[in-house]
Design a protein around this ligand. Structure first.
Ligand code: PAF
Length: 284
């Protein structure tokens, strides 16, 4: 695996590969890698001649400074895992490499409705920060294929929208890969590393609540099933931000179901200090 810390060197190397007709697959990460990330590398390896991954804990997407401070960093292990997964390139930039214009950067992305609901509502500024970093990474890597995990459902929609806003829709395909789960259902996430033993035992309740919604979905009023699922989380000691049902394509929140609309259920909840998110497609 080739490691680049500087954008100029990365771009020069990738430029040469592109001239040779190589197709580039890209897996952006914030490190603390787990099997979910590795499944994205595997998907990219299957369909591209070169797989690039990046590790950058992006300060502009943390609306809560304490969350940024405590974000797990396991760089040595991450590099080992990427080597084992046969990743071709790792981009490991510094903050000044990504944000040389830090003080003057005040770009805004028009994310519309997506920024007013769910993660957008509970983490103000988060998606603007995601767009800032992903735009910069995509400009440098210029992949033909981008790989994202479905666990961050709304983020997948935001980044897809970003590629449209930037006019990259026809040159860059956004590939959304299934969420990987632990045997007890807990969605794999870097934040799981912050759970203590007791919290880790409680954490799968979020998956059980979503599964409850999936198994009990009925035409008509969706309120009762949402209320029961919320209670399941509260009973396990979670402090939920939300557990919602929404249109799978637009994320418009739904209170009624006609029996046909494609839906997704999404949840975000704190277990003490750790905020977990998850989602399930309801009728895929
Ligand atoms: O999902 C993540 O790990 C991050 O939000 C991303 C896409 C790498 C941008 O920092």
């Amino acid at each position: 695996m080739v490691l680049f810390k500087k954008s100029a060197a990365l771009q020069k190397w990738l430029g040469k590969q592109r001239k040779k007709g190589k197709i580039i697959g890209f897996v952006p990460t914030m490190g603390a890698l787990h099997d979910g990330h590795l499944s994205l590398i595997e998907a990219s390896k299957k369909h591209n001649s070169i797989t690039v991954s990046s590790i950058f804990v992006n300060p502009t997407q943390f609306n809560d400074p304490a969350d940024f401070e405590k974000y797990p960093i396991t760089l040595e292990k991450d590099i080992q895992l990427l080597e084992q997964a046969d990743c071709d390139v790792l981009f490991l930039p510094s903050v000044s490499e990504i944000y040389p214009e830090w003080a003057t950067a005040n770009e805004q992305y028009d994310l519309g409705y997506l920024e007013t609901i769910l993660e957008g509502k509970y983490r103000p500024g988060h998606f603007q920060g995601v767009c800032k970093v992903v735009k910069r990474l995509l400009e440098k890597v210029q992949p033909g294929n981008l790989y994202l995990g479905q666990k961050d459902y709304q983020q997948c929609m935001v980044i897809t929208k970003l590629t449209e806003l930037m006019g990259w829709k026809n040159t860059m395909k956004v590939n959304i890969c299934p969420t990987l789960r632990e045997p007890d259902g807990l969605a794999m996430s870097s934040r799981n590393m912050r759970l203590d033993k007791e919290e880790r035992e409680k954490a799968p309740a979020i998956y059980r609540a979503l599964t409850y919604i999936k198994s009990n979905l009925q035409k008509g009023d969706l309120q009762p099933v949402k209320v029961k699922a919320l209670q399941m989380l509260v009973d396990q000691g979670f402090k939920p931000d939300y557990i919602e049902i929404a249109d799978a394509a637009t994320l418009q929140l739904s209170n009624e179901w006609d029996g046909r609309q494609k839906l997704v259920t999404v949840a975000a909840a704190f277990l003490n200090e750790v905020r977990l998110i998850d989602n399930l497609l309801l009728n895929d």
